[in-house]
Design a protein around this ligand. Structure first.
Ligand code: GLN
Length: 459
């Protein structure tokens, strides 16, 4: 409390701007070795989107992780035919054409080769003129990436600006005639999980990073698994167990009338409708691979939980009065300490030097959060808005890995929801009303969803 009272207090004049953003997500089932077919289906989807009677020009088109190449590469030799440098290759070419055609940003996951040696799981950002303006590399890696020697992003999580002409207005203005630059961040699948599945769950590394840095637009390219996938190492290393597990999946697929690779070319388009996703409590969810046009709500609920710092949570006010908050913030470094980020000592100051020589807390620390709480406020995100877009692939690889699809668009509204009864705990899933679920695709079909999101930013 002392620290807070001592801090400088400046009154800043800020304007609220209302932003209108049209976000298009493309959901694909890319199979390894079939890049050309995947590109063809992508154009078919985009064509259908553009011809839809309710079509409006998107400002962003977001694709999944490894959108064109497929995901489950088993060795470096496996992936080498598919890696490309920046500014070349099928993913770059397609993204550039898409940007030029739709005059918008295109964001797409691809396997990157940097120089002779280094491989990364990356996402490229092409601006409306067709120029690559950002390249993000996955920071937290999943087991599969270790098979092909993928490097961690040495920069860790990052922010970058995205420019949207004529997408904003003052609250009392009629139409969106003002330009706005949004602070954006990209997360690739495992970036949303605890580092190596070993870091404390409640560190919420990626979403804390976004809240700490006041990120307004969060773009996630994903190849997230449905939980009926075979991931148990003991099963994967034992032929007879593996076969039994694969047979089970093959049976489920047959029941659904689907081939072993899942659905291709049956497109689900959510363009004109503004149908929101129903909130489903976790206990009513199933992970069963059925109802391909319905979202996998187990995953949607889990993703919401991983964005805990953005969600309203009643208990935070109590923690704020408890002085251990500072220790928790200090104990949680910006990146996990064994991450590549710290290897070259470049970012050493992130974990040390948070106090100045007089023992006063530096401003940077006051911006940091633990479970969404900062030393300044019980809930740092209160009263703010942020947009989350998640493009996840669908389909099945190796007859064992089922991807969860369910691509969706969300708005964190920063509201302290008052629907709770006195002693009720705040739900930390899709039931939490501080997040608006603007719409999701189903778990198992290729397709597209387009939503206009209106939200506020301070300028
Ligand atoms: N946590 C993610 C999952 O379980 C990781 C997958 C990925 O990084 N592609 O699906």
């Amino acid at each position: 409390v002392q620290i807070l009272a001592g801090g400088t207090c400046s009154v800043e004049m800020t304007n609220k701007l209302l932003v209108s953003l049209k976000v298009l997500l493309i959901q694909l089932n890319p199979q390894i070795g079939q890049t050309d077919q995947t590109i063809k289906r992508t154009w078919t989807i985009l064509d259908k989107v553009a011809k839809s009677s309710a079509y409006v020009k998107p400002d962003i088109i977001l694709f999944p992780e490894f959108a064109l190449t497929g995901y489950n590469f088993h060795s470096k030799n496996d992936i080498l035919p598919y890696v490309t440098g920046q500014g070349e290759g099928p993913s770059f070419q397609l993204a550039k054409s898409v940007s030029e055609k739709f005059q918008c940003y295109t964001i797409m996951g691809y396997p990157e080769q940097a120089g002779e040696q280094k491989l990364y799981n990356s996402v490229l950002v092409i601006d409306p003129e067709g120029k690559q303006v950002f390249n993000y590399r996955k920071t937290f890696l999943y087991d599969t990436e270790e098979n092909w020697d993928c490097g961690e992003n040495p920069e860790g999580f990052q922010t970058f600006p995205m420019h949207f002409p004529k997408c904003a207005k003052l609250p009392d203005e009629k139409s969106f005639t003002r330009d706005v630059t949004l602070l954006s961040s990209i997360g690739i699948c495992m970036d949303l999980s605890p580092y190596k599945f070993k870091a404390p769950f409640n560190h919420f590394e990626f979403s804390s990073f976004c809240v700490d840095n006041n990120v307004e637009l969060i773009l996630c390219s994903m190849a997230w698994l449905n939980s009926t996938s075979i991931t148990d190492k003991q099963v994967l290393q034992n032929d007879s167990l593996l076969n039994a597990a694969k047979n089970k999946i093959a049976f489920v697929l047959k029941e659904q009338g689907l081939p072993l690779s899942g659905s291709h070319g049956v497109y689900q388009l959510k363009i004109g409708d503004s149908q929101h996703t129903s909130r489903v409590p976790s206990e009513d969810c199933t992970s069963d691979y059925k109802e391909m046009d319905e979202p996998d709500m187990t995953n949607v609920n889990y993703w919401m939980l991983r964005f805990f710092p953005f969600l309203y949570y009643k208990e935070r006010t109590k923690w704020f009065r408890d002085s251990s908050l500072l220790e928790s913030i200090l104990a949680k470094s910006k990146m996990p300490l064994d991450h590549q980020y710290y290897k070259d000592e470049k970012h050493k100051e992130d974990v040390t030097d948070l106090m100045d020589s007089e023992g006063k807390i530096k401003d940077a620390l006051l911006e940091r959060t633990f479970l969404g709480a900062s030393l300044r406020q019980p809930w740092k995100f209160k009263g703010k808005n942020a947009v989350l877009a998640v493009a996840n692939r669908c389909g099945i690889e190796d007859g064992a890995t089922i991807f969860a699809g369910s691509s969706g668009i969300y708005k964190f509204n920063g509201k302290e929801t008052d629907y709770l009864k006195k002693d009720e705990d705040t739900p930390l899933n899709s039931l939490n009303e501080s997040v608006d679920l603007l719409g999701n695709l189903g778990k198992g079909l290729e397709g597209a969803i387009l939503r206009e999101v209106q939200f506020e930013v301070s300028r």
